[in-house]
Design a protein around this ligand. Structure first.
Ligand SMILES: NC(=O)c1ccc[n+]([C@@H]2O[C@H](COP(=O)([O-])OP(=O)(O)OC[C@H]3O[C@@H](n4cnc5c(N)ncnc54)[C@H](OP(=O)(O)O)[C@@H]3O)[C@@H](O)[C@H]2O)c1
Length: 254
């Protein structure tokens, strides 16, 4: 039998944010199994080191960083490249979720959400565009949410941050194609992660069950989203840019 694997990432270097947990951790593990060398980022050094221990292969490095420090992001990307080499991929999984009614929202809460979920995405992309920071071809993948495309109460701030990623994906794809950079997005339904566990604690059991029942295939796992991300990072996605791949267990089909 042939060993051909169209998603082989041997020789590629990929920066994954949000790698200390959930989708970012699952993506890091999968990309390493496909042969990539990884630069993994989050704030919590202990949990990042745990992820490092789960990776296959050698040459992976941890880069603890707080993406709230938006002004510092492009310079930080350069320092990552100086240590690990040019980036062939950037997967931005770091993000925060929050149930927040519009009556409880204020500028500070909205700004925090936008900084981590949106500004960081733009400034990470800016960083990878800097001369010498990427290989001849590169793939950027953002992680959006079904909240961006279907309404739920108390989610307008989170939804707007995730909808912004859909617009960013399209415009950056158009702008960066000539530089050999593809830009895509995975729009995820609910998967089991620490984010979802926190959400479950904040809701009544009946409210959580109502969200769960809106997924015809049930709640997913971080691996389900990681598989789609890997497809877009690898050469399987070589003719795909500016798109959002919906991975939601059927949430938006009903
Ligand atoms: N879980 C879902 O059902 C779901 C559905 C749709 C979309 N999403 C999106 O998928 C992404 C990952 O979600 P998840 O479920 O894996 O969440 P998670 O388990 O809570 O993980 C979030 C990750 O983001 C990192 N992070 C948060 N704030 C950061 C900051 N200021 N600087 C650097 N890193 C930061 C966290 O690391 P530290 O705390 O160590 O910094 C953690 O690694 C998010 O963008 C989320 O909006 C999730």
């Amino acid at each position: 039998m042939s060993n051909f694997n169209p998603m082989n990432l041997g020789g590629r270097v990929v920066l994954v944010t949000g790698a200390s947990s959930g989708i970012g951790r699952a993506t890091s593990v999968l990309l390493s199994r496909l042969g990539a060398r990884l630069a993994i980022c989050a704030r919590d050094e202990g949990r990042l080191t745990e992820t490092l221990g789960m990776l296959e292969g050698t040459g992976h490095l941890t880069f603890p960083f707080d993406l709230m420090r938006t002004d510092d992001i492009p310079g930080w990307v350069r320092s990552v490249v100086e240590e690990i080499g040019c980036l062939d991929g950037l997967v931005h999984c770091a993000g925060i979720h929050g149930i927040l009614t519009i009556r409880a929202a204020n500028a500070e809460k909205i700004e925090t959400m936008m900084r981590v979920n949106v500004l960081s995405a733009l400034l990470l992309a800016r960083g990878i565009c800097e001369p010498g920071c990427r290989g001849t071809k590169a793939s950027i993948v953002f992680v959006s949410s079904v909240a961006a495309i279907s309404g739920s109460p108390a989610l307008s701030v989170y939804a707007s941050s995730k909808a912004a990623l859909l617009g960013i994906t399209k415009s950056l794809a158009a702008e960066l194609a000539r530089d050999g950079i593809r830009v895509n997005c995975v729009t995820s339904g609910m998967v089991r992660s620490e984010l979802t566990n926190r959400l479950e604690e904040q809701l009544l059991p009946s409210q959580f069950e109502a969200i769960e029942s809106r997924h015809p295939l049930g709640i997913g796992s971080p691996d389900d989203v990681a598989n789609a991300i890997a497809f877009l990072v690898a050469d399987t996605g070589r003719w795909i840019t500016g798109t959002s791949l919906v991975v939601d267990g059927g949430y938006t089909s009903v």
